[in-house]
Write a protein of this length. Structure first.
Length: 131
């Protein structure tokens, strides 16, 4: 699986993509999802929570480990995906689709552009093929 080229990526393995309301939808990339295995629970911040780029905002627990989710950018959480919490396996099974985690109203629109492109993320994680 390769990261879609229509979004940006953090070095903490989160993806981020601007939506039609200019908020930023975010989720976990396929890289940690491949190592997590069976995801059994997802803890996300409540809407209206202020988050800061690079700071912990949640936990993803699998049968083998716990992964700390870091905010890809700063802003206010405007929505969380109820599917991620009620059907947590989707976080690893469909990370770029139904497994999205939350939407953030960015504090600074330029933070999104500063994240890695799909091509840069592929080089960062050391994958051999371009997206």
């Amino acid at each position: 699986m390769h990261p879609p080229p229509d979004r940006r990526y953090s070095r903490s393995h989160a993806w981020a993509m601007r939506d039609s309301q200019c908020d930023v939808r975010s989720g976990l990339t396929h890289v940690p999802g491949a190592f997590l295995g069976d995801v059994v629970s997802v803890e996300l911040p409540l809407p209206r929570t202020e988050v800061s780029a690079g700071e912990p905002i949640g936990l993803i627990e699998s049968t083998t480990t716990v992964f700390e989710l870091l905010a890809p950018l700063s802003g206010i959480v405007v929505a969380v995906n109820p599917e991620a919490e009620s059907a947590p396996r989707k976080v690893a099974e469909d990370p770029y689709g139904e497994g999205w985690l939350l939407s953030i109203r960015p504090a600074d629109g330029e933070e999104l552009d500063a994240l890695l492109t799909a091509e840069e993320y592929v080089r960062f994680v050391g994958e051999d093929q371009a997206p």
